[in-house]
Design a protein around this ligand. Structure first.
Ligand SMILES: *Cc1c(COP(=O)(O)O)cnc(C)c1O
Length: 462
């Protein structure tokens, strides 16, 4: 398997070089040169596999033997050994038609742990094997940063700097990042919003000289290995929900950067027979508008109860667009420069029909989000975090009467207590989260100013 850029101007690469490259050198995103297809018979055989075994089967299609199986196995076991449940991503049945895949049993209580625990192990492995300096740089709306820091804290040969929007992440998210005192971790708290932070990071990664001088590596979902690690739980969920039923299975995914849902798209292209892929967003509903009208146009930014989805520019959208235009790099590049110059992209006709075949989408309003949390607490004694609540509201909107819906729970409710207290629900925090409130914080507050951020990075990575 080789990997190429959506923009078509990168020589084909192997798996490890693709991981190290992150954002493609031509400004595009790396994708597999062709998507492997898993046969229905193989899928059946996979039903009995553990999460870890399934992971190895799926990665085998992508790693080209660049990593010996025993090494990969060890990394996978270490990564998922850090989860609080042996199933890694357990399935909770809510009622006859709704299942929730709980993705929040990792160290930071959000779905990002699933990919980033592995990615931390992988970076550490590459650093040792190839004697490479790894300096991770990333932006976060809260959960990525916490999970990435937990994935690499204290690891030799790796330094990590994470930018987060000052005061715009939840208290627990802030504490999870800033209470880490390992010297290989730097938290920059930026006056601005998430898109501002992401823009600085994108500019720095686009500066190839800067990127190579400081050995910069990405942890954002622009990195293909994150996408791939996330496909595993789509297979896991599909194969573990009522295997005997003939019913169609829909999957609803709380979405921001289009990373998680793109993993679902990839799983479907690999042959997993998911019926509808449902994109759940909040009032920042660029993806809903795109699916409904064909216009992809970043609008104004709104702060909501589900801050990890407060995103206007969805980085992974380019990957999907690439497949939508028939893997035509020239067409894709033309679209992306149009987005730069005109501030929007429009798809019409057959392409729009294809989009509507691939996805359904709903932007869930703040009050609908809270109502959904209250309803499921009352009817099922099951407490949803606000992101998951958006997912459930979208499931309710699109799930057909004779269909099964799996909604991904992307965070534990304790992470977003601010919203939950608004509807007078009191929750007991897990001990690991309670402990954070007693610990000292380490962070540097900076202006939204690229030069100042660069000076901080130069001092940290030297
Ligand atoms: C990151 C995150 C999302 C959005 O995921 P994307 O891959 O960016 O679409 C949704 N919910 C939670 C809790 C998150 O942390």
């Amino acid at each position: 398997m080789r990997y190429i850029s959506t923009r078509g101007n990168v020589e084909p690469k192997g798996f490890i070089d693709t991981v190290l490259m992150g954002l493609a050198d031509d400004g595009g995103l790396m994708v597999p040169s062709e998507i492997p297809v898993v046969s229905a018979a193989t899928l059946e055989e996979w039903r009995s596999l553990s999460y870890q075994e399934l992971f190895l089967k799926i990665f085998a299609y992508y790693t080209n033997d660049e990593i010996p199986l025993e090494d990969l196995q060890e990394m996978v076991n270490t990564s998922y050994g850090n989860f609080r449940t042996p199933e890694v991503t357990p399935i909770h049945q809510v009622n006859d038609s709704l299942y929730v895949l709980e993705l929040f049993h990792g160290p930071t209580f959000a779905f990002k742990d699933v990919a980033l625990q592995f990615m931390g192990e992988l970076y550490s492995y590459i650093s040792k094997k190839q004697n490479k300096i790894i300096h991770i740089l990333g932006a976060t709306s809260g959960d990525t940063g916490a999970a990435a820091i937990q994935g690499v804290r204290g690891k030799e040969g790796i330094k990590i700097c994470i930018l987060h929007p000052h005061g715009k992440v939840s208290k627990v998210q802030e504490l999870q990042m800033t209470t880490v005192d390992d010297s290989n971790v730097l938290n920059l708290s930026v006056h601005g919003n998430f898109d501002d932070c992401q823009k600085v990071i994108k500019d720095l990664f686009a500066d190839l000289d800067f990127k190579s001088r400081y050995h910069l590596r990405a942890i954002n979902s622009i990195n293909f290995v994150r996408i791939l690690a996330q496909t595993v739980y789509y297979f896991y969920a599909y194969l573990h929900v009522d295997g005997s039923s003939e019913k169609k299975i829909n999957i609803s995914v709380p979405s921001g950067n289009f990373g998680n849902i793109f993993s679902g798209y990839l799983a479907k292209q690999m042959g997993l027979p998911i019926n509808k892929l449902i994109i759940a967003t909040n009032e920042n509903n660029i993806l809903e508008r795109f699916v409904n009208t064909g216009e992809y146009k970043p609008g104004s930014f709104t702060s909501t109860y589900s801050p990890s989805m407060d995103i206007q520019v969805a980085s992974n959208f380019e990957r999907y667009l690439y497949y939508l235009v028939g893997e035509d790099s020239e067409k894709l590049s033309a679209y992306m420069s149009k987005l730069q110059t005109e501030g929007k992209i429009t798809v019409e006709g057959e392409a729009l029909q294809q989009v509507q075949k691939d996805f359904a989408a709903l932007g869930v309003k703040n009050d609908q989000c809270l109502n959904t949390i209250a309803k499921y607490q009352k009817e099922y004694s099951y407490l949803l975090d606000p992101h998951t609540a958006c997912g459930i509201a979208a499931y309710e909107a699109f799930n057909g009467s004779d269909e099964i819906g799996i909604t991904f729970a992307t965070a534990h409710p304790a992470k977003f207590d601010e919203a939950i207290t608004l509807i007078d629900i009191k929750q007991e925090f897990p001990a690991q989260i309670k402990a954070l409130f007693e610990m000292p914080q380490h962070q540097t507050v900076v202006d939204h100013d690229k030069d100042e951020i660069v000076r901080q990075l130069q001092a940290f990575y030297k």
